[in-house]
Design a protein around this ligand. Structure first.
Ligand code: ATP
Length: 597
C-alpha cells in the first residue's frame, strides 16, 4: 500500500467536526430524546420472549397442565404488539431527526464548497471536492440513517438485558460480563487497525476522483497528443491504491467478527456453567436458567451490532471530518489578511499585494499598492502576462493573496467572497468564462436575484444592449436558451452575464473580459454594456482593449507584476511614457490588440 499523500483541501479536527455536528443538530434534540424513550421501551419488551419461554419450560418441568401456558402466551402477545408500536414510533422519530440533520450537513457542505477560494480548489483538486460533497456526504447520510438508530437500540438492549440477568440472579449477570474484557480488547484492536485505514481510504478515493476528473477534463488534449495511456496508468494506480485500502479494511472487519465469536462462546459457556451450578444447588430453577441462557443468546446480535456500527460510525466520522474541512478554508486562511476594523466609505485599499501560483511559483505580483475611492473607475492596462487578471481576481477576493491584502471598507475582500448573502455580493468579478445555465433568458438573469420582476429583467437587458435580440427570440425573455434550447453567440452570452450582474447590483464591479476583437461591432457593444455596468459604482476594469481605459478616472499600467505608471488617461497620454506608447500603437489601427502582446 502506498503511503497516502496529504490532500490539500483541509480535514477538520475531531473538535471542529463535533462543533459542526452540534450546529446541525439544532432544534432536533426533543425528537431525539423522544426516540430514545421509545427505544428503551422497545428493548424492555424484547425480554418478554425469554421470560415466557423460561416460564413454559418450568411449567413443563413441573408437569403442570395446559392452563399454565396462558400467562406466558398472553405476555408474548402483548409484548409483540407493544414492541411493534414502540419500534415503529422510534424509527419514525429517529428518521425525521436524522434526515433533517443530514440534509443540513449536505447543504452546508455544498455552500462551503461553492464559497471556497479559487486557489484552494485549484490546489486541492476539483475531484477531491466532488468526492467530499458526493461520496463523503452519502457515507454520512447512510451511517446516520442506519447506524445511529441501530447503535442506540443495541446499546439500550444490552443494558436492559444485563439488568434482566441481574434480576434473575446476580451471578448470571457476572457470568455474562466475562465476555466484556474480550469484546473490549477486540474493539480496541479493531479501532486501532481500521481508523487509519478508513481515513487513508477516503483520501485515496479523493485522489482517484481527482485523477479521473483531470483525465476527463483534458480528454481532447490527451487524444490529440496521444497521451491517454499515460493518464490511464495514473488512474489505474490511484484506483489500485483505493482498492488496497478497501481490502485492508475488509480483512480487519472479518478478523474482528471472528474474535467476537470467541467472546460469545466464552460468555455462553460461563452462563451455562453458572446455571448448572445454581440449579444443582437449588438457587435457581430450570425456568430461570433457561431465561438466563436465552437472555445471553439474545445479546449476540446487539453486541455485534453495537461493535459493528463502530465501523460505519468511524467511516462516517472520517467522511464528516472531510466535509467539515470544507468550511475551514485551509492553509489560505493563514495567508488571508487579518480582519481589521470596518471603515465605511474607505473604498478599496490594496497594500503591498504579492501573489504567486502554487507555493513555489515565481512572484507574478510584486508589491502593488492602490487606493480606489468609492465610485471611482480604475482601468488596468499592460502587456500579456503582466498580472492584470491576477490583480483583478485578488481585488475581487476570489483568490487569496500570497502576501499583503485588499480591503473594501476595511474588510479583506477574500473574506467577503466566502460569506453568504448580501455581503458576499458587495463585490463581483466578471470574466469571459460564463456559463449559460439550463433555462430561459429570464431564469439566467434571475440567478442573480430571484425576486427580479419582468420590468427589472427587461431594463437590465436594455442596459447591456440585449433588448432587441432577446425580443426577437421565439418567446422573448421566456425562451429556453443554451443546451437543448436556442443557441446563443459568445457575445450574447456575455451580454446576459453583464445583465445578470446589473441585477445583482454590487457596490463594486471588477471586469476582466477579453473575448471581443478590438474595433469590431461586438467589442463596441460589449464596451457600452460594460460602461453601463460600471455606471454609479466603484469599478476596476482590466482594459484588454485600450478603448476601455480611455473613459476611466485613473489608469494603472502594469509590467512584470508591478505598477509602472498611474494617472488620468489624458495625462498619461500626454506624458509620453508606456501608456502613451501603447495608446499610439493601438490607435494606429490594424494592431489594436498590440498591448496584449
Ligand atoms: N492559474 C495560474 N497558474 C499558474 N500561473 C498563472 C496562472 N494564471 C496566471 N498565471 C501566470 O501569472 C502571470 C500573470 O498572469 P495574468 O493572467 O494575471 O496576466 P495578464 O496581464 O492578465 O495577462 P493577459 O492579458 O494575457 O490575460 C503570467 O506569467 C501567467 O502565466
Amino acid at each position: 500500500m502506498t503511503a497516502p499523500t496529504a490532500t490539500l483541501l483541509p480535514v477538520a479536527t475531531a473538535r471542529q467536526t463535533r462543533a459542526r455536528l452540534r450546529a446541525a443538530l439544532r432544534g432536533e434534540r426533543p425528537a431525539l430524546w423522544a426516540a430514545l424513550a421509545m427505544l428503551v421501551l422497545d428493548s424492555a419488551l424484547t425480554l418478554a420472549g425469554p421470560l415466557a419461554i423460561g416460564r413454559i419450560t418450568q411449567a413443563v418441568a413441573d408437569h403442570r397442565g395446559a392452563g399454565a401456558l396462558t400467562g406466558p402466551v398472553l405476555l408474548l402477545t402483548v409484548a409483540a404488539v407493544a414492541g411493534a408500536l414502540t419500534g415503529w414510533a422510534a424509527t419514525v422519530l429517529l428518521a425525521r431527526a436524522v434526515l433533517t440533520v443530514t440534509g443540513r450537513l449536505r447543504e452546508d457542505a455544498l455552500a462551503a464548497a461553492l464559497a471556497l477560494p479559487v486557489d484552494t480548489v485549484e490546489a486541492g483538486g476539483t475531484g477531491d471536492l466532488v468526492s467530499r460533497v458526493s461520496g463523503d456526504a452519502e457515507r454520512v447520510s447512510e451511517a446516520a440513517s442506519g447506524a445511529v438508530g441501530d447503535f442506540a437500540a443495541a446499546a439500550l438492549t444490552i443494558l436492559v438485558t444485563l439488568a434482566g440477568l441481574a434480576a434473575l440472579d446476580w451471578r448470571f449477570a457476572l457470568a455474562g460480563l466475562i465476555a466484556v474484557p474480550l469484546q473490549a480488547h477486540t474493539l480496541r484492536w479493531y479501532l486501532r487497525t481500521s481508523r487509519p485505514l478508513y481515513a487513508a481510504g477516503r483520501s485515496a478515493d479523493g485522489r482517484r476522483a481527482s485523477a479521473l476528473l483531470g483525465a476527463f477534463t483534458a480528454l481532447p488534449t490527451l487524444r490529440a497528443l496521444r497521451l491517454a495511456p499515460g493518464r490511464q496508468a495514473e488512474v489505474a494506480q490511484t484506483s489500485a491504491e483505493a482498492m488496497a485500502y478497501e481490502f485492508g479494511a475488509t480483512r480487519a472487519a472479518t478478523r474482528f467478527y471472528g474474535r467476537l465469536n470467541i467472546a460469545e462462546f466464552t460468555g455462553l459457556s460461563a452462563i451455562l456453567l453458572v446455571a448448572w451450578a445454581l440449579v444443582r444447588s437449588g438457587h435457581a430453577d430450570i425456568g430461570a436458567a433457561t431465561t438466563a441462557a436465552l437472555f445471553f443468546v439474545g445479546l449476540f446480535d446487539p453486541v455485534n451490532t453495537l461493535l459493528g456500527t463502530f465501523d460505519s460510525v468511524q467511516q462516517a466520522t472520517a467522511a464528516l471530518a472531510r466535509i467539515a474541512g470544507l468550511t475551514l478554508n485551509g492553509p489560505d486562511k493563514e495567508r488571508s489578511s487579518a480582519p481589521g476594523a470596518v471603515r465605511p466609505g474607505e473604498g478599496i485599499v490594496v497594500r503591498d499585494l504579492r501573489h504567486r501560483y502554487g507555493d513555489h511559483g515565481p512572484d507574478v505580483l510584486r508589491g502593488i499598492g492602490l487606493d480606489i475611492a468609492p465610485g471611482q473607475r480604475l482601468a488596468v492596462v499592460g502587456t500579456t502576462g503582466s498580472g492584470k487578471s491576477t490583480l483583478a481576481s485578488l481585488i475581487a477576493g476570489t483568490r487569496t493573496p500570497y502576501a499583503g491584502g485588499v480591503t473594501l471598507d476595511g474588510v479583506p475582500t477574500d473574506q467577503l467572497a466566502q460569506r453568504s448573502g448580501e455581503s458576499a455580493r458587495r463585490i463581483v468579478l466578471v470574466t469571459q468564462e460564463h456559463h449559460l445555465f439550463p433555462g430561459t433568458v429570464a431564469d439566467n438573469l434571475r440567478l442573480a436575484g430571484r425576486a427580479a420582476s419582468a420590468p427589472d429583467v427587461e431594463a437590465a437587458l436594455a442596459a447591456v444592449g440585449a433588448a432587441d435580440w432577446v425580443a426577437a427570440l421565439p418567446e422573448g425573455a421566456d425562451t429556453v436558451v443554451g443546451r437543448g434550447g436556442t443557441r446563443l453567440t459568445a457575445r450574447q452570452v456575455q451580454q446576459l452575464a453583464l445583465a445578470r450582474v446589473l441585477l445583482l447590483d454590487p457596490e463594486v464591479v471588477v471586469l476582466d473580459e477579453a473575448t471581443a476583437e478590438a474595433g469590431s461591432d461586438t467589442a463596441r457593444t460589449l464596451d457600452r454594456a460594460a460602461l453601463a455596468l460600471t455606471e454609479g459604482r466603484t469599478a476596476v476594469v482590466v482594459a484588454h482593449r485600450l478603448s476601455q481605459a480611455a473613459t476611466a478616472d485613473v489608469v494603472v499600467v502594469m509590467a512584470d507584476g508591478r505598477v509602472v505608471e498611474r494617472g488620468h488617461p489624458d495625462e498619461l497620454r500626454a506624458a509620453g511614457g508606456v501608456y502613451a506608447r501603447l495608446w499610439e500603437s493601438w490607435t494606429r489601427g490594424g494592431d489594436r490588440t498590440h498591448h496584449r502582446g
